[in-house]
Design a protein around this ligand. Structure first.
Ligand SMILES: Cc1ncc(COP(=O)(O)O)c(C=O)c1O
Length: 408
């Protein structure tokens, strides 16, 4: 049997606020709901290049881990941008531009087709969107801005790699590198936007700033619904291990499945790097808590110290468990997927993409199966949220490039 690299330390906290019988309530519906999901899906599915990403079954790895089924939603090919984030930021850019055109012209909100045809070019080209990013969100906002022809300025913090910077600049955005961590870059983007009249397209929400990040998260639910439809007929997951930065992705997964499946939804385990575990600490405190410092983790997309309040509205009552993992666990999980286990197809998944898998394997390897209700009948759904979005880092960790892994 394959030996799994899963003996890294893992912290686990069962969420005492979780209530599996509670209905998906009004507070949660104000954040995400199925009507807004349908609108996002209709819109995004009409964009050029849209295709559902694959849900890959990993029977070899499931058998080696001692569980029944394992599915991996591989977001590496999403819109050619390399991550699920393509669904969120770009959708929010579209929604902002459409609302602004309606406001300035006094007419109805234009469709994406209207904007793509250049119908409101005069209004749109006078608008600049901006955000802070650790890479993937900024890439999505820059791509949305280029697609719909508005201006774009993206802020990255000190430790975002040059590879990620270049990928954003390739979509025509001006990229500004700031001192400090991600949360400092968020503040800088906000201050410069206020001074210059730009529109902030943030993937995190805070007091007084909710509409745009709500659209971002609603865009993510397109990925979740794809997975629902790709599961084998009659089979539902018992568990989801989902990685978190500010919590938007985890809340989209938890909220969408909660509203769709109610009490039959899978157990949701939220996984964070131990160096940036703001949701874990918030769960322990029973309220949103920030963690400080340089949040130094290779899981760049998860290096966030402050919880998104919208995400918290869903995760506080909806997430069953919170877990932290180490960078070493993430590296091992990347190598494991790249190698393929027991005949499974090798998969390319980046540092942030594998955190859910690493959390699952570390829990199993550290005697936490029982605490999480994991056993031979468990069916686990994972979201591989990015491919090799930083190709050099990927090759340094895995020892081969993504192309070599795919060719194996
Ligand atoms: C690849 C990847 N996975 C997961 C996340 C976490 O998403 P969120 O910050 O919404 O929790 C990010 C965020 O940037 C990401 O880039």
């Amino acid at each position: 049997m394959t030996k799994l690299p899963h003996l890294h330390p893992v912290a686990l906290y069962h969420n005492p606020m979780a209530d599996r019988q509670a209905p998906y309530g009004a507070a949660q519906r104000r954040v995400l709901n199925l009507e807004a999901h349908d609108a996002a899906r209709r819109e995004i599915a009409a964009w050029p290049g849209y295709a559902p990403t694959p849900l890959v079954a990993l029977p070899g790895l499931a058998a080696a881990a001692g569980i029944g089924r394992l599915w991996f939603k591989d977001e590496g090919g999403r819109f050619g941008l390399g991550s699920f984030k393509a669904l969120g930021g770009a959708y929010a850019v579209f929604r902002l531009l459409a609302a602004e055109v309606a406001r300035r012209t006094g007419g109805p909100a234009p469709s994406a087709a209207d904007l793509l045809s250049g119908k409101h070019r005069d209004v749109v080209s006078s608008i600049t969107v901006t955000c802070a990013t650790d890479g993937n969100h900024g890439r999505s906002v820059a791509w949305g801005a280029q697609t719909f022809s508005c201006g774009c300025v993206i802020y990255i913090h000190a430790t975002v790699s040059d590879g990620r910077r270049d990928a954003i600049a390739a979509f025509g955005a001006t990229v500004v590198r700031t001192a400090g961590n991600y949360d400092d870059a968020v503040r800088q983007a906000g201050a410069d936007a206020a001074a210059n009249g730009w529109m902030v397209v943030s993937d995190t929400s805070y007091e007084g700033y909710m509409d745009v990040p709500r659209d971002v998260m609603q865009g993510y639910t397109v990925m979740v619904q794809e997975a629902v439809e790709q599961l084998p007929p009659g089979e539902r997951p018992t568990h989801v291990f989902i990685q978190a930065g500010v919590g938007g992705l985890a809340a989209a997964v938890c909220g969408h499945l909660w509203e769709r499946w109610g009490a039959d939804r899978p157990r949701v385990v939220v996984v964070e790097p131990d160096k940036a575990a703001c949701l874990f600490e918030s769960a322990r405190a029973g309220r949103p808590m920030a963690v400080h410092g340089d949040l130094d983790t290779i899981m760049a997309g998860l290096a966030c110290g402050e919880v998104s309040l919208l995400a918290w509205t869903i995760l506080a009552p909806g997430a069953d468990d919170f877990q932290t993992i180490t960078d070493e666990a993430a590296k091992d999980a990347m190598r494991l997927l790249a190698a393929g286990t027991g005949g499974d197809r090798p998969l390319v998944a980046g540092e942030s993409a594998v955190a859910g898998l690493a959390g699952l394997l570390c829990a199993l390897g550290n005697g936490q199966a029982e605490a999480l209700g994991l056993g031979p009948d468990s069916r686990v759904l994972l979201f591989g949220s990015e491919g090799d979005t930083d190709p050099d880092l990927y090759a340094a960790i895995v020892g081969r490039s993504a192309e070599q892994v795919r060719a194996a």
